[in-house]
Design a protein around this ligand. Sequence first.
Ligand code: HEC
Length: 211
Amino acid sequence: MKRIFLLVATASCIAATSSVSQNDISAVSVQLPRKGGTKEVSLFCFQGEAGKVKEKGSTLTFTSLSEIVKLKKKAYKKDRSSKKKKQLQNAKKLYNASLGSCETTDSPTPTPTPGNQGTQNSYFDPQGNVTALGYDVFEIPAELSANAFLGQDVFEQTCAGCHEKRTRLTFPELRERISEEPMYFTEDEVPDEDLANLFAYLAVGRSPLRE
Ligand code: HEC
């Protein structure tokens, strides 16, 4: 069996919530994709990351969107309600939309790039999002967002216990395969939204030049 080993640098460790001063943060607006268009959302950047700022008394606290996704995931795991699920999905969408929006040009640490060369000729962009070409080849439904960095999380929680990271399959084939023996994952356990990110993670390293 062919196994693919790839190391993807993890998207850094982030403190849950930080106290910040007004001077450390800057406002940024991102376009959130929605049915029939986009919606503009205002966010804040702090140390190269997008997040939300709250005022508590006289202090400002910053929580990154990746942290918010983690919190929503925890909340959803607790009660599995459809409301919590929706909140988790919304948090992920916002996180995806924000990727790259807080990057500073003088950043000393380059972001890890699942994509190689130019985006046009790659299945991934530098933020780990699957490109239009990738959606085509991998047969990922267009309404799902697919990000390799988010998929790493899903992989570690759901799959890493049994095997390493790999796939040469398409999205529908992966859905089918994980529903079979010995995995038997249902769409409830691994929803499409998660599987799309997971798929992206598993497909990092695939390239149109090597298919
Ligand atoms: C309970 C252990 C277990 C878990 C958890 C698990 N798998 Fe598997 N998986 C297996 C076994 C066993 C096989 C069949 C033998 C093999 O191909 O290694 C397999 C096969 C596969 C295959 C087919 C491999 C091939 O080369 O044809 C894919 C793809 C796959 N798993 C993906 C996943 C994904 C994605 C997850 C997480 C959502 C996952 N698996 C979670 C045990 C597991």
